[in-house]
Write a protein that binds this ligand. Structure first.
Ligand code: 6PG
Length: 470
């Protein structure tokens, strides 16, 4: 370290900010942290190793004075107003060329606005997605920076050092222009919502349809995690089924209230997909079902009113569990396909130049949606970097064709048992529509023209047509 100046500053020392600083310190960087809550600063100092150069300060000006130039300052504060407040406080303290990084889950439109604003102040701004939760931040997250190329070049060695590694390769890469970093992270979270929804449906089929207990479900998920379904979300699901509640001794999962929380990134993905427009029905369903879950009292009343009989699934357990694994894998491929197709479209609509090959490459490690499948997607994009939809990749098509029947079988059985598997259904419906060269929307076009003279195109000649319907 030159002149006793520090390499990196962090504003916001919640678990993520603190762990990322400790990770930087492990990798030989000297770091300063600031948080309005002094206890968080103390927690950072308590957790840091004595040989590491880790310091806390009680004001932003103190931090700025002790950072080497160009200064590299990251914010990990709640999305929205707090980010603007921190930027406003930093502005009078910084000099041209300094770099501000927003590592939170900011809405990409806010990131665009901030990028333009800070450019006018000759400051570099990097909107950066960070995924992997607390452990990821501490020991290697997947990092999705975008925007300012000069700033990225400056940050690259540091980010590569702290990121997760797969086959020795860092899980960080430049995600494209403007707000691309936060855009990619938003879609990552949409896919995260969808996979979690699909897993919860499969859990319901195992629990309600097949009558498996938690220990048995632990076995099923553990086995799945040893095969082609290998992924972080399957792995933690297996772990969850073993956790006991210290107060009651019961399985913790059984006493957690069935109301799902959300902080908005899944909803943004759905809203934004409709703006583009592009179809991501499995992500939409995931958002919608978290929302239905919140209406617990109404669901309790409705169950009492309708008295649905959830009948057991009449099938050989082992065979059906194998079908379930295949069905889940097929649906997961399809929900990644939806999210990646959205990135492909957004990249061209907003001129972001998102390198899809690198997106899936850096999602292979560190992030919440890391999975073995990403290796297949990486291969697909290596063969065709501009693939509009991974369902068009011949190898993935083969995988899906093998698993498609299992997905249909599971859905039919679950519906008969009155188990909601709407995420699985949406994935299959998407596949059926996407692989249909002749959708029935010609009738919709006819209806639109009949009642509203909205016009239509024909299959036999070019042009726009309107008919005086009899
Ligand atoms: C990650 C996660 C993380 C997200 C949480 C909570 O990649 O590490 O996506 O950024 O904030 O998963 O999201 P919800 O509260 O909306 O479920």
């Amino acid at each position: 370290m030159s002149n006793n100046l520090f390499h990196f500053g962090m504003i916001g020392l919640g678990t993520m900010g603190r762990n990322l600083l400790l990770n930087l310190a492990d990798n030989g960087f000297s770091v300063i942290g600031f948080d309005k809550d002094e206890q968080k600063g103390s927690a950072l100092l308590n957790e840091s190793a004595p040989q590491h150069k880790v310091k806390t300060v009680s004001s932003l000006s103190e931090m700025v004075l002790q950072l080497e130039q160009p200064r590299k300052i990251m914010m990990l504060v709640p999305a929205g107003r707090p980010v603007d407040d921190v930027i406003d406080s930093l502005l009078p303290l910084l000099q041209p060329g300094d770099i501000i990084i927003d590592g939170g889950n900011s809405f990409f439109v806010d990131t665009l606005r901030r990028t333009t604003f800070l450019q006018s102040k000759q400051l570099h701004f990097v909107g950066m997605g960070v995924s992997g939760g607390e452990k990821g931040a501490r020991f290697g997250p997947s990092i999705m920076p975008g925007g300012d190329v000069a700033a990225w070049k400056n940050l690259q060695p540091l980010l590569e050092a702290v990121s997760a590694k797969v086959n020795g390769e860092p899980c960080v890469a430049y995600m494209g222009k403007d707000a691309a970093g936060h855009y990619v992270k938003m879609v990552h979270n949409g896919i995260e919502y969808a996979i979690m929804q699909l897993i919860s449906e499969v859990y319901d089929v195992l629990r309600t349809g097949l009558g498996l207990n938690n220990a048995e479900m632990h076995q099923v998920f553990t086995q799945w995690n040893e095969g082609e379904l290998k992924s972080f979300l399957i792995e933690i699901s297996a772990q969850i089924f073993l956790q006991k509640d210290p107060d009651t001794g019961k399985n913790l999962v059984d006493i957690i209230l069935d109301k799902a929380g959300s902080k908005g990134t899944g909803k943004w993905t759905s809203q934004e997909a409709m703006n583009l427009p592009i179809s991501i029905p499995t992500i939409d369903i995931a958002v919608a079902f978290r929302d239905i879950s919140v209406y617990k009292d109404e669901r309790v009343a409705a169950e009492a009113l309708y008295q649905p009989k959830r009948t057991p699934i009449a099938a050989n357990k082992a065979t059906f569990i194998a079908h379930l694994g295949n069905a889940l894998q097929a649906a997961i491929i399809i929900c990644y396909a939806q999210g990646l197709a959205m990135l492909h479209k957004a990249s061209s609509v907003y001129n972001m130049n998102i390198p899809l090959k690198n997106v899936v490459k850096i999602w292979r490690g560190g992030c919440i949606i890391r999975s073995l499948l990403l290796e297949d997607f990486y291969t697909a994009y290596q063969n065709n970097p501009d693939l509009a939809n991974i369902l068009l990749d011949p190898q993935l098509a083969k995988q899906l064709q093998i698993k498609e029947l299992a997905l249909r079988t599971v859905i039919v059985q679950a519906i008969q048992s009155k188990i909601a598997v709407t995420g699985l259904m949406s994935a299959l419906g998407y596949l059926d529509a996407y692989t249909d060269a002749n959708m029935p929307v010609n009738l919709i076009q006819a209806q639109r023209d009949l009642f509203g003279a909205h016009t239509y195109q024909r299959i036999d000649k070019p042009g726009i047509f309107h008919t005086q319907w009899d």
